[in-house]
Design a protein around this ligand. Structure first.
Ligand code: ADP
Ligand code: MG
Ligand code: ZN
Length: 480
């Protein structure tokens, strides 16, 4: 009889905090600068330089901890994690081992059985990021860029509470939306502002004891995470069934090739010789500060979903999509506050916005158009000043350059409200020009009116309401 195995997964998630400056110096954290332009003696590890803690990092770490239901450590400190690697100029990373800033949290996800499930968080600690190595395949040389060295990170360590790839994705999605709503990070797996290491073991279903785990690194998309979990579960199951057993090791997932290989085993695991960082004073967090940070918490996605359902007549799917990105929710709420009909505002965000985002490769957090301009565009359509196809053109200009729709319509002469009687005159002219169509129409071929519609639209340069055109043509034909 074949045995039934269960997968056990715990995650270590690194999130880059979006403070303006680095964790221990005043250098910029901006991404994409020329190599080694955001560096100073502190973040390039010069002897004699001294780190000074950026308070904003602690602020954001506490905000995340509170949102993830953690206890905040009132008396916290930093430790040195010693290791040698060329992207780590000090030869140690400043991190937190003994007194992490947050502990004992949890988040609620939908479990595999469809019921709410709590995933417990063991701790969240603050640390600094390392630099980046750049390998030049042409010359065979390797360069180091220290712009990322000292960028603040939090590491969120879960308990081994997840049982499938779906639960892992639900957990990561929950972290992402919570931290994004807090404005503490954009949490993009593909850009490295969120990085997940998957610890996975298997055990016979019904047993208590955990099996030996592996840790998989280099997972930069939900797809890679899912495939890696499936692959690793199958690999460990084979190893257990064959009697070979699982080796505790760190593995690297190659998503292109769809397989993983060992990076280092427990035997060559490093001894980091942790010790308290003597250059940094302990961090004392007052209850007042914790309360103040708690009071700044925004309305999170779950609460928003419930409120949208109660207040607006939107489908669950639309609510899910709009609240899935804080920026979309902000634009939606802003447009509604400016008087836009919620359903119409949602529709622009669901259809044209998504289309243009795809076309231009724009992420939601990079959308620049203002809610007021979306509301104003919706108003122009409502008042029949522009028809729906002109509205799409105007929206594209709003999307790209945040133009003022009213001014844009005026400037480009797009209003349907042209000279009085222009449409009536165009209809009359078009009917006059189409004796054949009139004859056909009189003979009962109502479709013949279509040719006249085309003439009117051309005459009006598309700036008219098709329904109104149809109505006027029928009226005119009835007179003939
Ligand atoms: P270490 O200190 O060796 O990194 P931790 O206890 O910090 O180990 O655990 C690291 C991560 O591995 C945590 O997210 C934890 O939930 C997870 N983990 C621990 N044991 C197991 C296991 N047997 N199976 C799956 N995940 C595990
Ligand atoms: Mg660990
Ligand atoms: Zn610096």
């Amino acid at each position: 009889m074949s045995k039934d195995f269960e997968t056990v997964i715990g995650l270590e998630v690194h999130v880059e905090l979006n403070t303006k400056t680095k964790i221990f110096c005043g250098c910029s954290t901006a991404f994409g600068g020329a190599p080694n332009t955001h560096v100073c003696p502190v973040c390039s590890g010069m002897p004699g330089s001294l780190p000074v803690l950026n308070k904003e990092v602690v602020h954001k770490a506490i905000a995340v901890g509170l949102a993830l239901n953690c206890d905040i450590t009132r008396n916290s400190k930093f430790d040195r994690k010693n290791y040698f690697y060329p992207d780590n100029p000090q030869n140690y990373q400043i991190s937190q081992l003994y007194y992490p800033i947050c502990r004992n949290g949890w988040v609620e996800i939908t479990g595999d059985d469809g019921n709410p499930k709590k995933v417990r968080i063991h701790e969240i600690h603050m640390e600094e990021d390392a630099g980046k190595l750049i390998h030049d395949n042409f010359t065979g040389e390797t360069y180091v860029d220290l712009n990322r060295s000292g960028v603040p990170l939090i590491e969120i360590v879960s308990e081994p509470d997840m049982r499938s790839a779906d639960e892992v994705v639900a957990y990561l999605e929950k972290l992402r939306e919570t931290i994004q709503y807090l404005g503490a990070s954009d949490c993009k797996l593909n850009e490295g502002s969120m990085r997940a290491d998957v610890n996975l073991s298997i055990r016979e279903r019904g047993t208590e004891e955990f099996g030996t785990r592996t840790e998989s690194k280099n997972l930069n998309s939900f797809r890679a995470i899912k495939r890696c979990i499936e692959h690793e579960t199958a690999r460990q199951t084979d190893a257990v069934v064959s009697g070979e057993g699982v080796t505790q090791e760190t593995r690297r997932w190659d998503d292109e090739k769809g397989y993983s290989y060992p990076m280092r085993s427990k035997e060559d695991a490093q001894d980091y010789r942790y010790f308290p960082d003597p250059d940094l004073v302990p961090i004392l967090v007052s209850q007042e500060w914790i309360d103040e940070i708690a009071s700044e918490a925004p309305e999170f996605r779950d609460a928003k979903k419930i409120r949208y359902k109660e207040e607006y007549d939107l489908s669950d799917y639309d609510i899910d999509q709009i609240t899935g990105e804080k920026r979309l929710a902000d634009i939606f709420e802003g447009a509604v506050a400016e008087g836009a009909d919620p359903k119409k505002a949602a529709n622009w965000l669901m259809v044209e916005t998504q289309r243009l985002m795809k076309e231009t490769g724009t992420d939601a957090d990079k959308l620049t158009f203002s809610p007021a301009h979306l509301a104003s565009l919706i108003g122009l359509v409502d008042r029949k000043e522009i028809n729906s196809s002109v509205a799409k053109t105007v929206f594209e200009a709003v999307f790209r350059e945040d133009v003022d729709p009213e001014a844009y319509v005026k400037e480009h002469d797009l209003s349907m409200k042209g000279a009085d009687g222009a449409l009536e005159a165009a209809v009359k002219k078009a009917v006059d020009m189409s004796p054949k169509a009139v004859e056909d129409w009189k003979a009962g071929k109502t479709k013949a009116a279509g040719a006249i519609v085309g003439l009117v639209m051309r005459e009006m340069k598309g700036k008219c309401d098709p329904a109104e055109v149809n109505r006027l043509i029928s009226e005119e034909l009835a007179k003939r």
